[in-house]
Design a protein. Structure first.
Length: 393
């Protein structure tokens, strides 16, 4: 009896505290405040339940008769069959679908650069102008040579019509004139390319060369990035080759932006990288507001396993014996009230704190959620679910 006095005092103290809290604490109006308060009270309930369970265990070890009278406090949940989804979480990066190096087709010195980093440019907009003085000199030389070649050809043509001279001389003069005409045409076409234009619409991501520097064909002057066309790239292990199909929906998460999207797979690589045994998967993403940046870290969640009408329980309620057998506790009716029955289970895949039960539970059972640690088979329990407490209050 001496052990029941502290318990009675504790219950009285808790009841008085709760009644005082009920009179002082008002129900919040905002949904977010209610959710925060609910989370706080659940944490308090769990802490209180664990403390009472430890206290009862300690008392029962000294007085077994108390254990038979006092049921351990537990919280429960009715098991309902549901759909279980398992996802593979992969690391990815945001990449630009359009990242273009703008380079000239002719060599020259940059005399004017009309853009700077961060500028928005349109397709066909003037980017830079080149000084092609050397090319102009070449054109002048070719024009002089062409004048002479034309004169020689005209004279040789008149002689050939008068049957004077050889046919070879006539053909050489003609060939020389035509060759110089083609060369002049090519040089003038190159001269018209002294202006460099933007090939796409986008943003100037990087200035590679400044005004006054010499540039050769193929050397980039600037880089233009189309930030409206981005993609997320991830390397997927070959074990999940059958789980990914083009056009399927995946979840893309951007941790730095606290952003989550559902997008379709736009590309599945056709080869396996022999170095790491992965294949590439791409997902096109829009960029409203310009928040996404190339090389931004992303996560890609790929659904590789789904089963409907399954029994799913919180992973934390599954306990394990020394032999390795796993079990949970469910509530059944006893002679003097509810008791905890140990049920052995076989578990499958787990995801986000939930685990699939393959054998042992059928659904509909009342599962012990909190207070199950240290329970014994057929031990009396007292159910103190939050809803029951609220109704009793």
């Amino acid at each position: 009896m001496k052990y029941l006095i502290p318990i009675t005092f504790l219950v009285f103290l808790l009841a008085s505290c709760n009644s005082e809290a009920d009179t002082e604490e008002k129900m919040p109006q905002e949904l977010s405040e209610k959710q925060a308060l609910l989370k706080e009270k659940r944490a308090e309930l769990k802490e209180l339940t664990d403390f009472v369970a430890k206290l009862e265990t300690a008392i029962a070890e000294q007085d077994p008769s108390v254990k038979a009278k006092q049921g351990r406090l537990v919280t429960t949940r009715q098991l309902e069959r549901q759909t279980f989804d398992h996802y593979v979480e992969l690391q990815g990066l945001v990449a630009a679908d359009d990242l273009v190096d703008v380079s000239p087709e002719v060599a020259g010195r940059i005399v004017q650069l009309t853009v700077k980093e961060g500028d928005n440019v349109s397709s066909g907009q003037l980017i830079a102008e080149l000084d092609l003085e050397q090319l102009e000199r070449q054109i002048a030389e070719v024009e002089t040579s062409l004048d002479l070649a034309k004169t020689v050809f005209e004279r040789q043509s008149r002689l050939w019509k008068q049957n004077i001279g050889s046919e070879m001389q006539f053909l050489e003069a003609k060939n020389s004139k035509e060759r110089l005409e083609k060369s002049l045409e090519t040089l003038r076409a190159q001269l018209s390319k002294s202006k460099v234009f933007a090939p796409i619409t986008g943003v100037v991501d990087k200035i590679v060369l400044q005004g006054g520097e010499f540039v050769s064909p193929g050397m980039p002057i600037i880089q233009i990035l189309n930030t409206n066309r981005l993609k997320v790239e991830a390397d997927v292990p070959e074990a999940y080759l059958q789980a990914v199909r083009r056009g399927e929906m995946v979840t893309v998460i951007f941790p730095a932006l606290d952003m989550e999207r559902r997008e379709r797979v736009s590309l599945v690589g056709r080869s396996i990288d022999p170095a790491n045994r992965t294949f590439k998967v791409e997902v096109n993403v829009g960029n409203p507001g310009g928040m996404l940046k190339p090389n931004l870290l992303a996560k890609m969640l790929i659904n590789d396993f789904t089963i409907e009408d399954a029994v799913v329980v919180p992973l934390e309620v599954v306990q394990q014996e020394v032999s390795g057998n796993k079990y949970v506790y469910v509530i059944e009716a006893g002679a003097e009230g509810p008791v905890a029955r140990k049920v052995y289970v076989e578990i499958g895949r787990s995801y986000k704190g939930n685990v699939l039960i393959e054998q042992g539970l059928e659904g509909g059972e009342t599962l012990v959620i909190e207070g199950g640690r240290g329970l014994a088979a057929d031990e009396p329990v007292k159910i103190v679910n939050p809803k029951t407490q609220a109704s009793n209050g």
